[in-house]
Unconditional design. Sequence first.
Length: 329
Amino acid sequence: MTVSHMNLQVLGADDVVARFRALRARQPVKYFAFYSSQLGGIVTDPALMVLPFDDHMVHRGHGIFDTAGVVGGKIYDLEAHLDRFLLSAERSRLRISPSRSEMRDIIINTTAISGTRHGSIRYWLSSGPGSLELTPAASAEPGFFVMVFGGLTYPERWLTEGARVMTTTYPIKAPIYAITKATNYLPNVLMQMEAKQAGFDNGVFIDAEGHVGESSNMNVAFVTRDGVLAHPKFDSILAGCTSLRLLELAEGLKDQGLLTAIEVRDVPVAEARASREMMLLGSSVKVASIVQWDDQRIGDGKPGPVAQALLRLLDEDMRSSDRLIDVPY
Ligand SMILES: Cc1ncc(COP(=O)(O)O)c(C=O)c1O
């Protein structure tokens, strides 16, 4: 076999930085600030927002993450996101370093340096570099990373007309993986790609018993024929911070006659398909009505009153609740 000569160069540190800069010039991104415990500081040049390739989060998916929103210069519901982050760390057998309060301070300070007043903060805990084995190297130091970025966006149409979802052909994650927000998002990625390719906005996982699970990076909830807000149980799907908060805020909709009850329970597909309203809930999407599921229209095919009321309640909570942290810009 003849091998053609490729003229690959051996690069020095300056070449590497220059090439990462060129990559970011070809592919501009809105990443405003990045903290890395491995660097011991913050960088604002996206070309420098990098990790060692042998960090187990990179090559084995042994890491966890979470995302909180920045609204009007304040961080929303960070404590709930940190609770889930620490639970995910424990379930993933990740050593937690730094402490919760240090992580909180790093998150707040990275946000301040980013200058971002509307966007998202995603943070990760990795098992660290040092080997290409399966178990982390004995010397591996866990990594903590914080990225402040523009946030995920969805078409305006999702709000005005409602979103359309399909039942994914990919199997739902086993409960222990679904309740852990680890960096293993392959099923979630494939589900969304599949849905988009088929002309839908997103997918929905159904479990082996025929109960509704969740969507790619969002929960789903329903308003049944009897006016019950029904949400799938959180023992085999991710406990969405948005869902948990909305289940509390929705109590007020009972007094307004929009809901008769609020139930967290198994939601059989047949009941869900016959619902008056179906919606997507999550930190990035907030509340979006689903008006079509596979070839079936949901409700009257228009965004429903409960979804609209929940969105108003959430927006209000994000503007003025005790769940906001001021960022010291
Ligand atoms: C799989 C999955 N389900 C649900 C959610 C919704 O969670 P949250 O409301 O905390 O954004 C997310 C997003 O984090 C997710 O990734």
